[in-house]
Design a binder for this molecule. Sequence first.
Ligand code: MN
Ligand code: MN
Length: 467
Amino acid sequence: MSEEKTAVELLKEKLEFKPKNGYDVLSEAEIEKAYAFCEGYKAYLDASKTEREAVKSSVKLAEENGFVPYSRDMQLKAGDRVYFINRDRAAAFAVIGKEALESGLAITVAHIDSPRLDLKQRPLYEDNELAMLKTHYYGGIKKYQWLSIPLALYGTVVLKDGSKVDVSIGDGENDPVFCVSDLLPHLGKNQMSQNAGDIIAGEQLNIIVGTRPFKDTKEAGRVKLNILAVLNEKYGMTEEDFLSADFELVPAGKAVDVAMDRSLIGAYGHDDRVCAYTELMGLFDAKAPSKTLVCLLADREETGSDGNTGMQSDFLDLVVRRLSDKLGGAKEEIYAASKCLSADVNAAFDPNFPDVLEKNNAAFLNYGVAVTKYTGHRGKYDTSEASAEFVSYIRKLFDSNNVLWQMAALGKVDQGGGGTVAKYVARRNVDVIDVGVPLLAMHAPFEIASKLDIYMAYKAFSAFNCE
Ligand code: MN
Ligand code: MN
């Protein structure tokens, strides 16, 4: 029996705003679609443990969806799909629209680098007959989280003769893994009285890489020598070749479902590959867009977006230049008319740590893709802020396409804060807003995201691109 609503209830419904849990508003069929979508995402994550791997797996997906590499002598027309690779660590994907470039681009950006342990340039040494690798951490990590967990080693080595060798150990079936050993609690009295930031020093993040001596010698350094022999046999490298290599240690293992009800995904690197994947899938949906679409996957966001593969480089300008060379338009005019969704993860409310978020303005798991008007810290420093007009555009776009979304700030005022690449796009005179998936345990070796939210991020990018 349905009960009549009272006048007050009706008024409340009309005037009050209450965000909704996706499980209360989505159909069973749509929830099933969301879960199925996430299987593709998990496979993408497993193939994208580093920014270089993410470029490869993103290009593979794009090629399967009709994208071809850009070349200077190609002609471009509406509907064409091209991609651009920047130094194997960043990439951009474009779908040519029907309108002139000066009517504006629909830009989506995300980053594909994640916090990790890099190897130093001369990493290998032996200490008391253990061969070890020295690391230098990359990005905002809690160093203690990287102790006593299995790690995989990924690398690109350019050998003395200029040839390139890719190394990947730890994620293959039957691969060995690596780790930084933690101190046993029995002897941890001094360690446990330290501040969490001092529990392990950066110079203690050393990886065990071998214990077995080279068989034909009793000389010191024979364990290290044995590892060099293995590296030489497998990859043709010598110790000096570490100098011209990019090596990264990342958590080993695959993305997995989390919780009894399988509603969550736990994995390394959700930040920000969850936005990279959902952006790409949203881009592939656009068959004959009116605006030209550009999806840019950037590197080095975790350390400030510096460097030629980061969002502060001119890579986006180069892409726009290459498009405008073929299709006409002045760069400044194109940017002035453009819109951008800057996609990055946000902090989800965590019942274990309720004090750092302000509940009215926090993101909640299963409440959809998070939209953030501004990031930054203290008095809104170091951030662009989307205008009321641009938020209104996003609101209409998402609502009319049944995108479940929530407005969310990153933490309480003065609690800390964080930045995204949004301001580097805004700097080019583009309308930009932050959009992304809320996470638990952001930057941990095992981050958690909701399947519904991931799917809604995809729906948001699809709506933006298919306008
Ligand atoms: Mn991020
Ligand atoms: Mn991050």
